[in-house]
Design a protein around this ligand. Structure first.
Ligand code: PGA
Length: 249
């Protein structure tokens, strides 16, 4: 059984006092124990958020990492540094990083490797543009992203990877892929994982992301191969995060 996982991606939002209010709000609610819960916060708030959430089962992750171990990389943060502050998850290869910051598949692969080496769970994002979807290239694009991102990752290591399928045209646009469309691509991703890792593919969790909100989360989560949601906009309010996590209650 794959445990459902709801991850909030705060992106570049919230001042410190807003961030504190948000996690205190989340902390005040009864949240489904059968759902794994993560908030991916800006680096600078990670320790404070960890501290506030320490008596809860809500885990803290961040939104980026640099793949080198240490050294002269001004402004960067390594997986070892993240591990040392108790961050447990990192979003890797988000489409905003790929398009705005020029992150290539090779960089994404190096980041996944560095996370696994330092016991951080990478949330590996993939997804196609609208043009790619319209020209029926979505599956080819996603297969390529997955195979390159998981290059040199063993069967044992891949168990600790979470994959997030996020069609770029659905991110922040209010347009959600239909649950059937999302399921079609996500089951396709599982087929690729099966080719790469055989039966281990059955235990790898694959999320959907792109305009997920309390109103559509239940339908998305009802799909057989969809194990969770990576949520941007709708996770910035405590009540909305609660309703996403409690989709089953
Ligand atoms: P959204 O963002 O929920 O605001 O569409 C999702 C994401 O980019 O992870």
């Amino acid at each position: 059984m794959r445990k459902p996982i709801i991850i909030g991606n705060w992106k570049m939002n919230n001042t410190l006092s807003e961030a504190i209010d948000l996690v205190n709000g989340i902390k005040s609610f009864e949240l489904d124990k059968n759902v794994e819960k993560v908030v991916c916060v800006p680096y600078i708030y990670a320790m404070e958020m960890k501290n506030i959430l320490k008596d809860t089962d809500v885990k803290v992750g961040v939104q980026n990492v640099y793949f080198e171990e240490k050294g002269a990389y001004t402004g960067e943060v390594s997986s070892a540094m993240l591990n040392s502050i108790g961050a447990e998850y990192v979003i890797v290869g988000h489409s905003e990083r790929r398009t705005i910051f020029g992150e290539t598949d090779d960089i994404v692969n190096k980041k996944v490797i560095s996370c696994l080496k330092n016991e951080i769970i990478p949330i590996l994002c993939c997804g196609e543009t609208l043009e790619e979807r319209k020209s029926e290239k979505a599956k080819a694009v996603i297969e390529n992203q997955i195979r390159l991102a998981l290059k040199d990752i063993s069967k044992d290591e891949v168990k600790n990877v979470i994959i997030a399928y996020e069609p770029i045209w659905a991110i922040g646009t209010g347009i959600t892929a239909s649950s059937k469309d999302a399921e079609e691509i996500i089951s396709f991703i599982r087929t690729i994982l099966n080719e790469m890792y055989a039966e281990t593919s059955e235990i790898i969790r694959i999320q959907y992301g792109g305009s997920v909100k309390p109103e559509n989360v239940k339908e998305i989560m009802a799909e057989k191969n969809i194990d969770g949601a990576l949520v941007g906009g709708a996770c910035l309010k405590a009540e909305s995060y609660r309703d996403l996590v409690n989709f089953n209650l």
